[in-house]
Design a protein around this ligand. Structure first.
Ligand code: ATP
Ligand code: MG
Length: 437
């Protein structure tokens, strides 16, 4: 996270389509603070930095608190909403789709919700498949399934084309579920909408299994991924302990951020080395990873190594270009490390057996576990409330466990990374002891 002094308050002011002149049809308590499910007052804020040194002034920088508003912008009967899912899979996408649909239709009384097919491609009438009508019946059971019932894709579309599509179909509310690329695309669309003077709410919901979106302490899919990754680490430990000098090597998701890897390592307690993109990986030399692994094997006769997919990329010669969205394709650190470990230990005369685990696709495609289902529920309802109140060009974020509204123009381009000074990383070092070998 950038230090707070790099932001100004105006960067947290959320765009609005117009004044809220209607009373919400939701039947919530109107007495703030009585412990019931209140409407959130429009001026309720969450402090950017809640910590402070006693006696020093509190930083007044704050974000808008998400939640249902008593006064709304849209007449629910005039809303035509659409939902699009983009980028890679993450457990819980269908839960988010389902809750958006149910909240819009059951609670606000919105008559029409459309599901855009295969990502932003479905917002280009010239290339995409037509949208499908989303009803409570269609979404009834989808939260038990992994993936996205709408389909997803990578690859850019021109905002001019996608906004043409929305206007041609009379869609005035768009929910964009996806990662950094998706939110950049949503921001581009919202800007095009504003340029044309249209009244279309564009709301982003962060989907990042790697947990690398800024202003979002955690997102759906992460807990499920960590739980499954922990199982893989535990299995690798069993394999490693079962043979003399066994090495269990697990590759986990995390293209540029090591949160899943570090968190799963802590949850498992069985890893001896945790390699993440944020910490440079040196293989050779007396303090390199391979020498440390050797010392560990000589002392304990087994080792478990957990590596994030984006770790040690500088060690790999062939950088394999980019995908359809322009994301850098990563060369496979897992196979590379396996080969390097085997080659090094053989040269050192140390017999070993390396067992390699790559559970990534098994994990991404799972349905959400309970903790993630709850996060999906919270994000999706907050997104609907924000849209109904006429907010636009914003992302639903999670800040100090409060849902907040973050302007897409502020969140786009910022990437959350594991801080080597953080409690998370120092705990990993304490647990693995990897720097001491
Ligand atoms: P993941 O976490 O899986 O990477 P993502 O949302 O970042 O999710 P991408 O494939 O990078 O996945 O992007 C999703 C969609 O957003 C793609 O259609 C991509 O072309 C589009 N997109 C990415 N960056 C931009 C941008 N700067 N402006 C407009 N559209 C973008
Ligand atoms: Mg991305």
């Amino acid at each position: 996270m950038k230090p707070q002094h790099q932001f100004t308050q105006s960067q947290f002011e959320v765009a609005r389509l117009g004044p809220c002149e209607r009373t919400s049809p939701l039947q919530l308590s109107t007495t703030p603070g009585d412990g019931r499910c209140d409407y959130t007052p429009d001026d309720m804020r969450i402090l950017f930095e809640p910590r402070f040194r006693a006696g020093e002034p509190i930083c007044p920088l704050s974000m808008e608190h998400a939640g249902a508003r008593e006064r709304i912008y849209f007449d629910p009967m005039e809303v035509k909403a659409a939902i699009v899912t983009c980028g890679g899979l993450s457990p819980g996408i269908n839960n988010v789709v389902r809750t958006i649909v149910l909240e819009l239709i059951h609670n606000y009384g919105v008559p029409e919700v459309w599901g855009i097919r295969y990502g932003y491609e479905g917002l280009n009438g010239n290339v995409g498949r037509p949208p499908i009508a989303l009803t409570p019946e269609v979404v009834e059971n989808i939260h038990h399934r992994g993936g996205t019932i709408l389909g997803t894709s990578r690859g850019p579309q021109l905002p001019a084309d996608t906004v043409d599509f929305l206007t041609a179909r009379g869609i005035n509310m768009l929910f964009c579920i996806g990662g950094d690329g998706t939110q950049a695309g949503a921001h581009a669309m919202a800007q095009e909408v504003e340029r044309r003077g249209l009244k279309i709410a564009v709301i982003g919901i962060p989907k990042t299994i790697d947990n690398d979106i800024e202003f979002c302490f955690t997102t759906f899919g992460f807990a499920t991924a960590v739980g499954q990754a922990e199982i893989a680490i535990d299995r690798a430990h069993v394999e490693a302990k079962s043979v003399y000098n066994g090495v269990g090597l697990v590759k986990l998701m995390g293209r540029e951020a090591g949160f899943i890897t570090a968190t799963a390592v802590l949850a498992s307690g069985e890893a001896n080395f945790c390699l993440v993109p944020e910490i440079p990986l040196e293989l050779h030399g007396p303090d390199g990873f391979l020498a440390k692994l050797k010392r560990r094997l000589l002392a304990r006769e087994h080792a478990v190594v957990v590596v994030a997919e984006g770790a040690g990329q500088h060690l790999l010669d062939e950088i394999q270009g980019a995908d359809a969205s322009g994301n850098r394709r990563l060369a496979d650190i897992g196979y590379f490390l396996k080969a390097e470990i085997e080659r090094y230990l053989k040269a050192e005369g140390i017999p070993t057996g390396v067992k390699y685990f790559d559970p990534s696709y098994l994990i991404r495609s799972l349905p959400a576990e309970a903790v993630d289902s709850l996060i999906c529920e919270r994000f999706a309802r907050a997104a609907v409330h924000a849209a109904m109140s006429g907010r636009t060009d914003m992302l639903v974020g999670l800040w100090h466990n409060h849902l907040v509204h973050v302007p897409l123009g502020t969140s786009t381009g910022l990437k959350k990374r594991l801080d080597p000074e953080s409690e998370l990383w120092t705990s990993v070092l304490s647990l693995t002891g990897q720097e001491k070998w």
